[in-house]
Design a protein around this ligand. Structure first.
Ligand code: ZN
Length: 161
């Protein structure tokens, strides 16, 4: 089955600056990400590159900042309690962390570490930059009626209720 609107797609990706080190990868925790094609708010350039492909396909694409994480916002900083952060090792300025929000985890960069709180730059670490995605498509299937009603994919790597 080819990827088209209303297909549910599971894929692995590694995100990096072109030719650079991995910033984020689904291989880090082993579980591919899952989305509903045409509905789930994937980056537009990535979603377009997936269209028409099938399980087993691998490809790399480079996206300009406007099609990836946008330009940096000067005012996108926030002070949060350290307990909302997922990270490994010590929190230090410059460290990339995952912040749990009501809309799911987002990637942020530590600016300053206080005794109980941490100042974060909520710009994606790759905001303002050209990025590369290395993609491997694991599974393509038709969405269930429930997934279509909800507008997102269910199951491993998707939404859980
Ligand atoms: Zn749902």
């Amino acid at each position: 089955m080819k990827i088209a609107p209303n297909a549910v797609v599971r894929f692995h990706y590694t995100l990096r600056k072109p030719g650079g080190e991995s910033v984020e990868s689904t291989r880090d925790d082993g579980e591919p990400t899952t989305y509903l094609h045409g509905a789930d708010g994937l980056l537009d350039g990535l979603e377009q590159a997936l269209e028409g492909r099938e399980a087993g396909d691998s490809f790399s694409i480079t996206l300009p900042a406007e099609q990836a994480f946008g330009q940096r916002q000067a005012d996108a900083t926030r002070r949060v309690s350290a307990k909302y952060l997922k990270h490994e090792g010590k929190l230090t300025p410059g460290k990339v962390v995952r912040l749990n929000t009501e809309d799911g985890p987002i990637t942020a960069v530590v600016l300053k570490v206080g005794k109980f709180s941490v100042d974060l730059d909520l710009n994606h670490p790759l905001a303002g930059q050209e990025v590369q995605f290395d993609v491997e498509i694991v599974e393509v299937r038709a969405a269930t009626q429930e997934e279509l009603d909800h507008g997102h994919a269910h199951g491993p790597g998707g939404h859980h209720h």
